[in-house]
Design a protein around this ligand. Structure first.
Ligand SMILES: Nc1ncnc2c1ncn2[C@@H]1O[C@H](COP(=O)(O)OP(=O)(O)O)[C@@H](O)[C@H]1O
Ligand SMILES: [Mg+2]
Length: 316
């Protein structure tokens, strides 16, 4: 098993490239984006030392499927997936916020709540909630989209509007889309015996139109629980069976790393890497309802380069 942790292509029409934490994003003629989902893995906003074989393919294929399954709700950036690890789509001007929507109290929100916090992103939370408890209604807890190397930070709707990060009219649309997408994602998940616990959306604008951009409903941007046994485990105060990156965060925390300055990332043994890859495959199969078919990785870089170049030439 070999992981793809970096790419350095030169596609026809290429203007620039942005190496994100996970994706390598190629700007084609200031018009299209070629987004290569690599096997890099990030947690607490840092990229871990080892790649996870097939993670990029899984992420790209999950996102691609759900972009298609939500295209009736709002326009999205996807045009095609010319390679299992690549999506090509419309380049948009991203809004500088991430729309996080939560149906349940967990993850960082639970960690804050447990420490006594009762207001998250301006939203008051009642006393007496337990970990993984369902909110009466999903809540939106946005973050700023921080510059490279900085942590995203919680922000309230009021502050987003006050700072003019997003206009009032645009924000109302982002909220509406976020709730509708989350509802659709939850319905699809329910059909597969899963609960979509929380997720993150990014939006952008192009020619005056607001588009959904980036990945959606992937294990990197979302958290899922198994429906079966949720109630029982909740009553017993037991941890939920979850399909998300949270197990990576938990492994890191158990080994003394919480993304804070001065802490070192624990060593990732081949066993850890393999178990993370297996967890991702498990999620892929659950959430898509399809078997995961590994792409041919013998000439991975040239495969990606050829598939993508051919697409760009054919669709010039
Ligand atoms: N259609 C799009 N137009 C412009 N930017 C996009 C689009 N889709 C995704 N992006 C951006 O591409 C990047 C994807 O790479 P990622 O690895 O997630 O990077 P990051 O470390 O910035 O989160 C993100 O910064 C995301 O905002
Ligand atoms: Mg990202």
């Amino acid at each position: 098993m070999k992981a793809l942790v970096g790419t350095d292509f030169n596609f026809p029409g290429q203007q620039s490239v942005y190496h994100g934490k996970v994706r390598d994003v190629y700007n084609i003629n200031n018009n299209l984006l070629v987004m290569v989902a690599t096997d890099r893995i990030s947690a607490f906003d840092v990229v871990l030392s080892e790649g996870i074989p097939y993670k990029g393919q899984m992420l790209n294929q999950i996102a691609s499927k759900f972009l298609d399954a939500t295209a009736d709700i709002c326009p999205n950036w996807k045009l095609a997936t010319p390679d299992p690890m690549v999506t090509v789509g419309l380049r948009c001007e991203g809004f500088p916020v991430e729309m996080i929507v939560r149906g349940y109290l967990c993850g960082s929100a639970w960690r804050a709540y447990k420490s006594g916090v009762r207001r998250i992103c301006g939203i008051p939370l009642p006393d007496g909630m337990n970990e993984n408890q369902r909110f009466p209604e999903p809540i939106i807890t946005p973050t700023t989209k921080a510059a490279q190397g900085r942590h995203d930070e919680d922000i309230s709707k009021e502050e987003i509007l006050r700072q003019g990060l997003v206009s009032e009219a645009d924000y109302a649309l982002l909220e509406k889309y976020t709730m509708q997408l989350f509802l659709r994602g939850s319905e699809i998940a329910a059909g597969r015996g899963l609960i979509l616990v929380d997720t993150k959306y990014e939006f952008g604008r192009r020619d005056g139109v607001v588009y959904l951009i980036d990945e959606i409903h992937t294990p990197d941007s979302s958290r899922y629980f198994y429906t079966e046994g949720y109630d029982e485990r909740f009553r017993q105060g037991e941890p939920q069976r979850q399909l998300s990156k949270e197990f990576v965060r938990e492994w890191l925390m158990a080994n003394g790393f919480q993304g804070q300055a001065g802490q070192t990332i624990p060593e990732m043994t081949p066993g850890i890497v393999e178990s993370i890859s297996e967890r991702y495959a498990e999620l892929f199969e659950h959430i898509t309802g399809e078997p995961f078919i590994k792409g041919d990785t013998t000439h991975l870089l040239s495969r990606i380069e050829e598939n993508t170049t051919q697409y760009l030439i054919r669709n010039k």
